[in-house]
Write a protein that binds this ligand. Structure first.
Ligand SMILES: N[C@@H](CCC(=O)N[C@@H](CS)C(=O)NCC(=O)O)C(=O)O
Length: 228
């Protein structure tokens, strides 16, 4: 069974999870791969204990163990899972252009959202309200409003039929599930982007979203979720 190393914690305002590991969790759920979670203390991400660095040289999550094999980096892990467990497919086989478009959106989600505008919003929720840097949070929101949501809206408006960002559900949508997760906790108003709002609700309605939903407590999300 695959072991996913991540960080998850229950708070009164929702259950918070590593954003990058959430990408891998969604893929494990979508592909119905049996897995269990090794839930590391959030402090390990800063302390970087030797046993963690032995598996991930940068002491980050996620990394997985698949038998003897250890793999780190959410994008690499998700590609490995796609190649090893090809059904249901999260990448269309053969179509080089469609694959490149999906990879662009995957990369956009990583760079613009997961290491860009989401951490200033998401990280403060790991502290109590009085300790949050509200100015920094607002900068993250402004970054979403001015750059990321307009771009996502444009891509959605040009998407092929299928309802998802590149047509059928694919790895391009997986990073966007993380945006859906963060905005569910934050509640940032985004009514100026109704198409994006509808899309994020569509993602939240997928059974795999339950495994990263802020409403799913750590104790209820320790392995592959039962299908709804
Ligand atoms: N490129 C990596 C980034 C992983 C990453 O930054 N994970 C965060 C948690 S969401 C982390 O471990 N942060 C601790 C650090 O940056 O040292 C991936 O996609 O897995």
């Amino acid at each position: 069974m695959i072991i996913l190393y991540t960080t998850e914690r229950d708070y009164p305002w929702g259950t918070l999870r590593s954003t990058h590991a959430s990408k891998t969790k969604v893929v494990l759920e979508e592909k119905r791969i049996p897995y269990r979670i090794e839930n590391l203390p959030p402090g390990d991400l800063w302390k970087k204990p030797a046993e963690m660095v032995a598996r991930h040289p940068l002491g980050k999550v996620p990394y997985i163990e698949d038998g003897e094999l250890t793999i780190y980096d959410s994008t690499v892990i998700d590609e490995y899972l796609e190649e090893r467990y090809s059904w249901p497919r999260l990448m269309p086989p053969g179509d080089v252009v469609a694959r490149a478009k999906i990879r662009m959106i995957e990369q956009f989600a990583d760079e613009a959202l997961l290491v860009g505008n989401l951490p200033p919003i998401w990280m403060p929720y790991w502290s109590e309200p009085a300790k949050r840097d509200t100015e920094r949070m607002e900068k993250g929101r402004e970054g979403l409003r001015s750059r990321d949501l307009p771009y996502i809206d444009k891509v959605l408006s040009e998407a092929p039929a299928g309802g998802y960002i590149c047509g059928d559900f694919s790895v391009a949508d997986v990073g966007m599930m993380v945006l859906a997760m963060v905005l569910e906790v934050d509640g940032m108003p985004s009514e100026k982007f109704p198409r994006v709002e509808r899309y994020l609700d569509l993602l939240r309605a997928r059974p795999s979203y339950r495994s990263i939903s802020p409403r799913t407590k750590v104790a209820e999300a320790t392995g592959r979720m039962p299908t709804a």
